[in-house]
Design a protein around this ligand. Sequence first.
Ligand SMILES: Cc1cc2nc3c(=O)[nH]c(=O)nc-3n(C[C@H](O)[C@H](O)[C@H](O)COP(=O)(O)OP(=O)(O)OC[C@H]3O[C@@H](n4cnc5c(N)ncnc54)[C@H](O)[C@@H]3O)c2cc1C
Length: 379
Amino acid sequence: MSVPYWLDLPNEAYPPLDADETVDVAVVGGGVTGLACARVLAAAGVRVRVLEARGVGGGASGRNGGFALRGGAEPYPATRARELWALTEGALARLPELAGDAFRHVGSLRVAASDEELAAVRDEHDALREDGFAVEWVEAGELPPLLRPHFLGGLRNPPDGALEPGRWARRLAALAARAGAAIAEGTRVTAVEPGAVRAGPHTVSCGAVVVATDGYSDGVLPELAAAIRPARAQMLATAPLTERHFDAPVYAREGWDYWQQAPDGRLLIGGWRDAELEREFTSVDEPTPTLQARIEEFAGRLLGSPPSVTHRWAGLLGFTEDLRPLVGELREGVWVSAGYSGHGNVLALACGELVAQAILGRPAPELELFEAGVERARN
Ligand SMILES: Cc1cc2nc3c(=O)[nH]c(=O)nc-3n(C[C@H](O)[C@H](O)[C@H](O)COP(=O)(O)OP(=O)(O)OC[C@H]3O[C@@H](n4cnc5c(N)ncnc54)[C@H](O)[C@@H]3O)c2cc1C
């Protein structure tokens, strides 16, 4: 039951590492970050090995809400981080090509449950608009009918869309493999050292290491243990609904609650982490009965009748102090891209590629957006 709906599909497995080897770059973690990084490196002729403890997309990349959102976890009006938002718009624009039909360009809807939240959403709308980003205000009466009893209005982000995360991660793995990256599933890295990573009895000697473990970073590097706090987020999937209620993914209560209706009619819904906030700061990615009951009860209220639940699962988010990921060279030859603070679908693609470009000797100016966080983690 705790298999994520997104990963409940036939899988073409990549064999585990079974011998020592030498490559140019070893990537720890086969989620979107690691795979995006590996694809770009391999396409440039670099010998890359991706080492994934579970299966590709087995971490947050195959367990998430599937929201492909512009920006980061930090609220836009507070930071006006224009370059960061522009970086993610660039990555979003490439998703149709990269993710194929695992991505639907349908926008996203942020809705407000209280007058106070409506004012905050209005601030976000105005700030984005002032800075030249496409955004649309949605009056209460224009919301999808099921939302009207619960929400007061909101905004639509036209560049956003909906992903099927498991299919997307596996497709990206196939693209990376086709570009020449070697992928090992079922291979847990047990030590990261200068010039080598160890996976049980085997050693991968390498010129550089990329650590791409986001909320799953526990025990990988001491710097990350101090800089990234893991938290659990839980979701469920219903049986296909008979009607189509939501074209775009919806997030509410400042993102605490989120859902999308998949192409086959299922509702994929998660949230309510704030109901048990301290308990959910954990690195155990198993669902719990109490929080699942909260999500199920909310889904029932939204739909007007109790849903029939087919899948329940949890995944890990990696929070940083300022909600901005750590992206850059943490120690000589050891790179990191992790700590997306729950907002990593599009950023993971953008940041994994930023690290690859830097390793190739052509660092993009956007890497500077993440310098302060990496500097903090180094010290
Ligand atoms: C329930 C949930 C809902 C979310 N919803 C959204 C959303 O709608 N939109 C959004 O933008 N973001 C969302 N996120 C966040 C987003 O999923 C992540 O930020 C993103 O997937 C991170 O990708 P990644 O590749 O960096 O990390 P992951 O996909 O977590 O990959 C890390 C991988 O590292 C592997 N690993 C860890 N340690 C080792 C080791 N020692 N050796 C080898 N491998 C190792 C893990 O097995 C894992 O597969 C959500 C997250 C969760 C959990």
